[in-house]
Design a protein. Structure first.
Length: 696
């Protein structure tokens, strides 16, 4: 699609939303959808978030015709699943009873997430005595041998055979509950669930199959080895590379699933390219990951949340930098990077190098702004840094002292004013109170620099983040305009330093920076977008590619896409540093406007929209298995999801100022109307006639 046509966007995928009828249409057609993953109600990695967030839209569309199949993990089930039997008149009940007669322990109920979907969990331990026979059958069918010592693969075989048998039994039982021919689709996520797909196909069960890979096995291993992955996709000896890493049998399981499925999907275009080279099949359709988006009734609501969360971060900063609060918190911006501790894959190396250059740019320009850059990666630690804890204690003591004195001053002022006169200064602040304040002030002084980490990292000398900070001389010196804080554990509300969970922390920040090298999708920038927080991503992440495809000018919507594919590393670092510097140059009103625009993109990431790609994937599989049947969900499509450059948008990202400026930090409902010349002039934006106004 051309850049011009993108400008005239309307979301026409809405035409598919009439099929969100709680499963009425699916029930009339006797259409059943099984979604199979080892992460259903079992938090292991990112697939859990995909399936969990999609449940609400899936149930809204398919009702009780939608069923999740997963591993039974007692610890997870205790907190995430409401166990219970299905109705007696359901083919699911008959099927569950049938497989229980084999001696299998099968648990049914509803997952306690939005949508409350039906879920069936298989206790693979109850079929363990059949493992040898299953592995023999698997080898005879596919010539893939599973090493005895690979426990994860053994579990995958057990789970796969149990799922395949369940779906086969269901296919037989459902004939007794309806006169119409059943249409069944089984959607498998990742190679760990792929054995079930393989056995359904080998046994010629009349079921449409879909297989989604969220990241290729070999791709993740190769990128972890610091190779030039994307420029050498054509050159890898795949069998040799998989063999060297001891994952050849896993790779074969993944590739077999990909080639046997009726419909093959990946979560992004970039992962599709990877799969085409490493798994030797091009995806039939891309199924992007979405989120369960809950829109605010008014724009100012999420701006208020940003202000409240930012104040909590301010409290932490006051404690962490006690004795060195030589910067204005009203002129301080909070950047952050977060995720699994994969230093290169997550782009932490680029982030730190770009921060060093940003520090130079800001120091040279003489700006009075400050950037505080957080790095949140879970690493092995001994305990909290004593300086971090001391700082929070000192600032709390000062705050409590001031509150106490403040209350006493207020009472004295009240009593004196009742006598008919104004109080003198010495009557308000008593000498002993002045002494208390001086003690607190002296306690808040220190000679050492604020720490660059909140914890004592176990492998301090070899930790990649700490070594990169040392190499770039980012030590929180007073003259530095960029300060850094490495927090080597995930955030939670019980954290004694921050006292806020991850979502609240993100809302309080100004920019998320995720310059990933290997990121098949990337939920962290997507979560930022839904919360109205601008973010930096790359053209090697699924999210970045998706936004580049569907938005005519991503930067104007607060999505900065760094090129890590077609230019060298040095140029990528320079580009990232420039993006960060341009963001720093925005004034408060411009940031508010940009946050409003970013939050508008949340509808693009809503599962009610992106779920249509899953509908298309099922449609393709159904057409192959049931070519003579008319399926209602095939009528729609994902449509064109494209956002134009805003009408008032000049081409330069530094002048990307939308719309009516807000009168306060919290914005207004009218912020996204078209700019007038006067408003453009006030914002310092180039006007339509080409004149340039002064900047704030």
């Amino acid at each position: 699609m051309s850049r011009v046509s993108k400008r005239f966007y309307r979301v026409d995928s809405m035409r598919n939303l009439e099929l969100f009828d709680k499963g009425e249409t699916a029930a009339q057609e006797n259409r059943w959808i099984f979604e199979i993953s080892h992460e259903a109600a079992n938090k292991v990695g990112g697939i859990y978030q995909v399936i969990r967030s999609k449940c609400s839209a899936s149930v809204e569309e398919l009702g009780d015709q939608y069923v999740l199949l997963g591993h039974y993990k007692e610890a997870s089930v205790r907190t995430e699943v409401e166990l219970g039997e299905f109705p007696d008149d359901s083919p699911l009940t008959a099927t569950v009873n049938s497989v229980r007669s084999f001696g299998w322990r099968v648990h049914t109920g509803r997952w306690l997430v939005d949508g409350n979907p039906q879920i069936i969990l298989f206790d693979i331990g109850s079929a363990y005595d059949l493992l040898s026979g299953y592995k023999r059958e698997f080898y005879d069918s596919c010539k893939i041998g599973i090493p005895h010592q690979d426990v994860e693969c053994n579990d995958a075989v057990l789970f796969g055979f149990m799922v395949a048998k369940f779906v086969e039994e269901f296919r037989n039982e459902v004939l007794n509950f309806s006169d119409s021919k059943p249409r069944i689709a089984a959607h498998f996520h990742e190679w760990l669930a792929g054995v079930g797909l393989i056995m359904l196909r080998v046994r010629n069960i009349d079921v449409a199959t879909i297989f989604t890979t969220h990241a290729t096995l070999l791709g993740r291993f190769l990128c972890a080895g610091a190779v030039d992955f994307y420029n050498n996709l054509d050159n890898f000896n795949i069998d040799e590379e998989a063999g060297k890493r001891g994952i050849y049998h896993r790779y074969c399981m993944e590739r077999c699933s990909v080639h046997l499925t009726h419909t093959f999907t990946t979560v992004s275009e970039i992962t599709g390219v990877e799969a085409e080279h490493l798994l030797k099949r091009k995806p039939d359709i891309i199924t992007p990951n979405g989120l369960n988006v809950k829109k605010f009734a008014a724009l100012h609501e999420f701006q208020n949340l940003h202000a409240m969360s930012k104040e909590k971060i301010n409290d932490f900063i006051r404690g962490h930098f006690y004795g060195h609060m030589d910067f204005d918190l009203d002129k301080t911006l909070y950047f952050f990077i977060a995720g699994r501790y994969e230093f290169g894959n997550k782009g932490a190396d680029l982030y730190i190098e770009a921060l060093a250059r940003l520090n130079h740019y800001m120091t040279a320009s003489g700006t009075d702004k400050t950037v505080i850059a957080f790095m949140i990666f879970p690493a092995k630690t001994n305990n909290f840094n004593i300086e971090s804890l001391r700082g929070q204690a000192i600032t709390k003591s000062l705050r409590d002292t001031i509150h106490d004195i403040q209350a006493k001053i207020g009472k004295r002022m009240y009593d004196i004013c009742l006598t008919g006169r104004l109080p003198d200064a010495e009557e308000l602040l008593l000498k002993e109170e002045t002494v208390r304040l001086k003690r607190c002030i002296y306690a808040a002084q220190r000679k050492s620099l604020p720490p660059i980490t909140t914890h004592n990292v176990q492998d301090d000398g070899s930790d990649p983040v700490l070594n990169a900070l040392r190499r770039c001389h980012l030590f929180n010196d007073p003259q530095d305009r960029v300060k850094v804080i490495f927090h080597p554990e995930f955030l939670s509300a019980t954290n004694p330093l921050f006292g806020m969970d991850y979502e609240e922390f993100v809302r309080g920040c100004h920019l998320g920076v995720f310059p990933s090298y290997y990121e098949p999708w990337g939920y962290t920038p997507a979560e930022c977008t839904v919360m109205g927080i601008p973010s930096v991503t790359t053209n090697l992440s699924g999210f970045g590619c998706f936004m580049a495809e569907h938005i005519a000018d991503p930067m104007s919507y607060g999505i900065y896409i760094v090129d890590r594919r077609f230019i060298g590393l040095e140029d990528s670092v320079r580009q990232l540093a420039q993006y960060l510097y341009e963001f720093v140059q925005l004034n408060r009103r411009q940031r508010i406007i940009q946050r409003n625009r970013t939050e508008r993109l949340s509808e693009l990431l809503d599962w009610r929209i992106l779920g249509t790609y899953y509908c298309q994937a099922r449609q393709l599989a159904f057409r192959e298995v049931y070519p003579d049947l008319d399926i209602a969900e095939a009528a729609g499509g994902a449509g064109r999801l494209n956002y134009p450059r805003p009408l008032s948008e000049p081409p330069s990202p530094t002048s990307s100022r939308a719309t009516t400026p807000a009168p306060s930090e919290h914005g207004s409902d009218e912020e996204d109307s078209v700019d007038s010349e006067a408003e453009l002039e006030e914002l310092g934006v180039q006007s339509a006639n080409g004149s340039t106004t002064g900047s704030r």
